[in-house]
Design a protein around this ligand. Structure first.
Ligand code: ADP
Ligand code: MG
Length: 393
């Protein structure tokens, strides 16, 4: 395992260090600390914006947010352990908060405040300190973990009583309207509603969520995240183009989303590229349903082949993989993983592999050797397990 990413959550020590750093920064102790995990999407890729199915789980890496409300009406003060050295700081005024007025990472907490204001809630000034063990840009949704941590903190401190689904929609508005990233509902839902040893089966059409057993540790299994540390420049354009293809295909059949495509829809009407995109989405939804069935029957290892099929479909039909992700998956499988696939939007980011806990070192070595053989930069490797969703730390 490489040491290039922060270690997994270490409970009490992290919390007390955060409280100490908060007091040092702001001169008073925080009112409390809240935790929000990152997430891994086990299966169901590029299905969310097609009103389809996804199966993420909250991971044992999280953002901690220490917060203290202030009554002075002054600016919101933000600090984070994020960055090369020391704290990075940001601030914003509560009045006149609007998209574009806060740049950098402060936009994520500010987006949450803005979404609360837009929903009619009065937000007073507050001080905030963040510390995270969710690697940034590795496809584990560090940004949503920041938003969810801020949202659960303010929900409790202001006594708003918002439910987890309401908080999921709130943080989605923060990310869509304020930060300007067109993300769905999956990441926040996993961060809010995940639970230890379980995954979250989400229907992105109805937003219904169902907890599904995923007792990896109990079964001697783990999920290895292989962060390729590649961020291809065409990731944004590629994502937009895939979305547009799906929307065009749905429109061609007169349905609002691919989820509503009739079973007998004649896909030969579509051009070959669009048809391939649609075939991925339809088959990926089926794979999520198959994975849920397999997990409900306690056959976790049988999820492996579904992951690998998902990868092949993303590589060949949806065409969002890249040489580094393919190398990660191939090497993990050759090293003995039960299944592996790219996760996240694609063109870089991370792959995941389901494997026996005792096989971690062998699989990790196989991946590292494959990357070296290709001349790729060394990947970051770390294991994750399904953890509890957001709450008071
Ligand atoms: P990811 O896939 O990890 O969510 P994004 O590009 O969507 O990647 O979000 C990463 C951004 O989230 C960072 O550039 C930063 O602005 C913000 N962020 C993530 N972690 C932290 C943190 N610990 N403190 C402050 N900002 C953070
Ligand atoms: Mg993000």
């Amino acid at each position: 395992m490489t040491a290039s990413h922060p270690a997994a959550d270490a409970g009490d020590l992290r919390r007390s260090r955060l409280a100490g750093a908060f007091t040092e920064e702001y001169g008073t102790a925080p009112d409390g600390a809240w935790r929000a995990p990152g997430r891994v999407n086990l299966i169901g890729e590029h299905t969310d914006y097609n009103d389809g199915f996804v199966l993420p789980f909250a991971i044992d890496r999280s953002v901690l947010a220490a917060v203290r409300l202030r009554a002075d009406g002054g600016p919101v003060r933000l600090a984070s352990t994020y960055g090369a050295s020391g704290l990075s700081r940001s601030s914003f005024d509560l009045a006149a908060l609007a998209p574009g007025t806060v740049s950098g990472w402060g936009a994520y907490p500010a987006g949450v405040v803005h979404a609360l204001q837009a929903a009619g809630h009065q937000v007073p000034g507050f001080d905030l300190l963040l510390d995270s063990t969710v690697p940034v840009g590795a496809g584990l949704s560090s940004s949503h973990a920041v938003e969810v941590a801020v949202a659960v903190a303010l929900n409790e401190l202001l006594g708003l009583g918002l439910s987890a689904p309401e908080l999921a929609r709130l943080t989605q508005r923060a990310e869509n309207d304020f930060v300007g990233a067109p993300t769905g509902i999956m990441d926040q839902s996993a961060s809010l509603m995940g639970s230890r040893g379980r995954a979250l089966f989400l229907d992105c059409r109805t937003l219904s969520a169902q907890s599904v057993p995923l007792p990896l540790a109990e079964q001697g299994l783990t999920v290895l995240v292989i962060d390729t540390r590649v961020a291809h420049s065409h990731a944004d354009g590629g994502y937009g183009a895939r979305r547009a293809s799906c929307e065009a295909a749905a429109a061609a059949f007169g349905v609002p989303s691919l989820r509503r495509l009739p079973a007998d829809a004649d896909l030969s009407r579509l051009d070959p590229t669009t048809r391939a995109r649609v075939q991925h989405v339809l088959a990926e939804n089926e794979r999520v349903l198959a994975a849920v069935r397999v997990l409900q029957e306690g056959r976790i290892r049988d999820v492996g082949p579904l992951l690998t099929d998902s990868h092949r479909s993303l590589r060949d039909l949806y065409e969002v993989s890249c040489p580094e992700l393919d190398a990660a998956v191939d090497a993990a499988l050759a090293g003995g993983a039960l299944g592996a696939r790219m996760t996240g939007g694609g063109f870089g980011g991370s792959a995941i592999a389901l494997l026996e806990e005792e096989a971690v070192d062998v699989v990790a070595a196989a991946v590292q050797a494959e990357f070296a053989a290709h001349g790729f930069a060394a990947p970051a490797l770390f294991s994750v397990l399904p953890a509890d969703g957001a709450g008071r730390a």
